[in-house]
Design a protein around this ligand. Sequence first.
Ligand code: SAM
Ligand code: SF4
Length: 382
Amino acid sequence: MKYHIIAFGCQMNISDSERVSTILEKLKYKKTSNINEANLIVVVMCSVRQSAVDRVHGLAHKFKKLNPKIKTILTGCVLQKDRKKFENSFDYVIDIKNISELFKIARQQVSQDPRRRASMAAAKRRGAPRTEQVRAGGRSVSAETWLPSSYLDITPKYSNKFSATVPIMTGCNNFCSYCVVPYTRGREISRPAKEIICEIKNLVKNDYKEIWLLGQNVNSYKDGKTNFPKLLKMVNNIPGNFTLCFITSHPKDFSDELIKTMKNCKKLSKRLNLPIQSGDDEILKKMNRPYTVAQYKTLVKKIRKAIPDISLSTDIIVGFCGETKKQFQNTVKTLKEIGFDMAFVNKYSPRAGTAAAKMEDNVPWAEKKRREKVLIELINEK
Ligand code: SAM
Ligand code: SF4
């Protein structure tokens, strides 16, 4: 049996897809990059913008046209309101945290495979175990015994041999008014520091040179007495030659302790992504981003003073509900003043169920595109 996997969106989705791969490969599926060869297709989707959702709708039809017998699974960030529609086009829609469901479905497909049925029948005749066996900890165990209860406990099938992503938390408690993440991924859950360190030690032992700590808001990480700066120190102290990076951090949780730790951690990369989202205080308030432009600038000043060679990038949304030309000009001005090395510019896309969905999306699409172009040109001038 062969599977093909497609992950859209952020690094978190790519990291999730690596855990999906582990499950499928434990059940002896083989990965294929050729859709035409696959028995099973898994799509790890992103719902942050409508354009990403539309792309997945188109895909589901394409798969079935290609091969009506192919089984399709949709997982990742799926909004409740889209679920029903996707249930009509995909065979299964599952919550990424409900990994046991993915396991059951994949296993059911395997058991229906004629070749696998024949090999199980032969095993039965030999008196070998009749349940699916997987290798774990150097021995053969029944697949059910192996399955961890939390999906983050699954050792991922890393998709890169040099750089690895390690989720340190899932979910988000911030409820920025435009964002689906707290609805699709739920509230923040931090992973035990012990497990994170164990995973990274293993990666370093296997010669990984770049480790990314992942979370929607890494700097609110908390496991008992271990906060994010303490976790950074612990990872930095792991012997070996590697670079440590993290994404994404929220300006409101960027403490002095974190800045001091970043300055002292020699393995830490000098690249930092610090989303500002808007350069206008009124828009920031409507976005439920609890800082002002002046506070953000003060924070950047402190970071640059402590780490003068830091390379700073940011995320910005243009055309948010009610954003006037003057408010947009405030963003242009802020960007010029701060002088980011890079900016990821997004046109506001209304998302059902969020607080902003109740506000009027009154900036025309063409104007959003114009504002996006202005900011991209500004960044490229650097
Ligand atoms: N947690 C991060 C933070 O605090 O900014 C960002 C995570 S979010 C999934 C990634 C980026 O998508 C955001 O920084 C934002 O710029 C963009 N984004 C989120 N919701 C959006 C929406 N409804 N429309 C356009 N862009 C959006
Ligand atoms: Fe979304 Fe805001 Fe959470 Fe980032 S901090 S994931 S933008 S709600």
